[in-house]
Structure formats: C-alpha cells, structure tokens
Design a binder for this molecule. Structure first.
Ligand code: MLT
Length: 327
C-alpha cells in the first residue's frame, strides 16, 4: 500500500513538473545558469565560454556561472551535463572532441552526442596549430618533422586527454608523420601550454585561441595552421599546405548544448542570446583577436549544430581508426 502511494505521488510530482514547463520556459531564466566547461580554466574552451557568456548574461538578465569539471578528455563533464535536469539551468560548452571524436575512442561512452543533448548553437570555430617548445631545434615544419622522426623515442607530445581536440588532431599529425611519440595527458591545454612553455614537453597541436598570446609573446614556436587560408590573427604563420604537410587539415569548434528534453522555448532563448553575443562588436573583437572563426547566420542555431555534430562524427571516426587510438 505504502509503495503504491509513493509511486502515485512521484507520478503526480513528475506530471506537475512537466506541466509547469511552459510557465518555466516563459519566465526563463529566473535564476543563475551553470555553464559547464569540460577542461581547465584558461584554456580555449574556457576562454570562449567566458567571452560569449559575458554578453549572454546581460541579454538573459541572469548570472552565468562557469563550472570547470575535468576528466576523461571532457567526457566526464559531458556525461554530467547529459544527466542534468532539462530546465535550462545547466548547459555545457562542448566541442569537436566531446561531441564528435570521443565516440570513436570511448566504446562505453555514456552519451550519444547527436541524441542525448539539445544543441543550442555553435560559438566559435578554432583552427589548429602545430606548436613546439621555444628551443625546439627546428625553424620550419619540414625540419620539425625530420627531427621528430629522427628522435621519436625521446619526444613527448602533450594533449588534453583521450578524445580531446589536442589528442585527436595530435593523432592526425602523428599518422601523417608516421611517428608514435610519448603522449602526455593534461586536464586541458591551459596546463599543457604551461608545460610546453616550460620545455617539459616538446610539441602539441592546439586550438588557435589558446596559442595566440604565447606566439605573440614568443614563448613557444609555431610551424603551421591546419586551414586552407592563413589566419588574420597570425598572418605570418604558414598554412600546412604552404609548409609542406597538406594532409594536416584540422579545425575544431566549440558549441553550447543542453540536456535532452530541455524545452524548445528555453533553447530558443539561449540560442538567441548566443547569436546576439556573436553580433556584439566587443565580443567579436575578443574572439577575432584570438583567431576564432565566428559562425555567420546559417551556421548558427540548433539545427545547424545538429548537422555539424553528425558530419563531424562521420569525419573523425575513420581518421581516428586509421591513426590508431593512441591511448
Ligand atoms: C581546452 O579547453 O583545454 C581544450 O579544448 C582541450 C582540448 O580539447 O584539446
């Protein structure tokens, strides 16, 4: 009897909660929003999250609290975000790793990026750079490649965890150079960058947003960018094609997601706030100065992001399988 009563009251409570969604969605947001960042503070994903959420908070009239949750190449935070209440008060800045490439690297991944999340919108594209410590004995990509091949046994390559952008684009570079250096994981490319600056690791591939200040400060070396065109923030950095490694085509992206079944009016409100941020002159300048690629109109919004997730899952899975998981 007591169990039936308990079940009954749970069902009623659930029905009441769902019934309140329209009202909830109408007044959303009425309190602070948590934006989960799956990597260490100061890295590219954290930087993009802080830049866009600054403006979004003003549009939404509520504080957006950044919560850095680390682990497993970003899949720990993504799993937590998937399981969060679908009410719009917990969202996550995912990326090409957490919401595409990880599928090929974690056979028991707890979530399906194209099923278990509501896409909100793309925040920024982030071309990938090939970077090395400042005293690395090579001045261009050709001599860098030759030195790595000749000394691979003592080469340490940094990344931000299995399935992260720096990991899978690092695998792409290694497969093109046909080398297997020692892979050194960190909880994000902010700490990985500190190790590179200190000369504790030899090289890594990373999102431009994290590297521009270090390249301008000459604290690290850069050999190429993985895009067909040079980047206005780093006009002297050759493309991988110009530098002689045309196969290294690599660009990442960072985007906002909410738990599955977050009401559409809430998603639309968040998506509109993100789009307004990307149209704001000061926000654009901060993103462009760091080399980001700001999505234009038809690359914005939930539907465009849903398509991107599917196409990126299809693109990176064979690359990763071809390169070997490199764990
Ligand atoms: C970070 O913010 O640290 C990066 O996005 C990690 C990565 O995926 O390489």
């Amino acid at each position: 009897m007591r169990n039936w009563f308990r079940l009954g009251s749970t069902l009623v409570a659930g029905a009441l909660a769902i019934a309140s969604f329209p009202a909830l969605a109408q007044n959303y947001p009425t309190r602070a929003i948590t934006l989960m960042v799956p990597f260490a503070a100061g890295g590219p994903t954290d930087t993009i999250a802080r830049i866009v959420s600054d403006h979004m908070a003003r549009t939404l009239g509520q504080t957006i609290v950044i919560e850095n949750m680390l682990g497993a190449g970003g899949t720990t935070a993504s799993t937590r975000a998937m399981r969060a209440s679908p009410d719009g008060y917990t969202i996550i800045m995912g990326h090409m790793g957490t919401h595409a490439a990880s599928v090929a690297l974690y056979p028991n991944l707890a979530y399906k990026p194209d099923v278990d999340f509501e896409p909100i919108g793309l925040a920024a594209g982030t071309p990938i750079l090939i970077l090395a410590r400042k005293d690395f004995p090579a001045d261009d990509l050709k001599s860098f490649s030759a030195y790595v091949k000749a000394n691979v046994a003592k080469m340490n390559q940094a990344h931000a965890g299995v399935g992260s952008v720096s990991h899978v684009t690092g695998l792409l570079l290694d497969s093109l150079l046909e080398v297997k250096p020692t892979l050194v994981p960190f909880q994000g490319t902010a700490p990985a960058m500190n190790a590179l600056i200190a000369g504790q690791v030899d090289f890594m591939t990373d999102q431009i947003v994290n590297a521009v200040p270090q390249i301008q400060g000459k604290t690290i070396k850069v050999y190429a960018i993985g895009t067909p065109q040079r980047n206005p923030a780093l006009p002297d950095v050759p493309t991988s094609e110009e530098a002689g490694l045309p196969g290294f085509q690599a660009s990442a992206w960072n985007a906002l997601f909410a738990p599955k079944n977050t009401p559409k009016p809430v998603i639309d409100r968040l998506s509109a706030a993100l789009s307004q941020a990307l149209d704001d002159a000061a926000t654009r300048k901060r993103l462009l100065d760091l080399g980001s690629d700001i999505p234009d109109g038809n690359r914005r919004g939930p539907a465009a992001l849903a398509n991107l997730v599917k196409s990126e899952m299809a693109k990176w899975t064979p690359i990763i399988k071809g390169a070997g998981s490199g764990k």
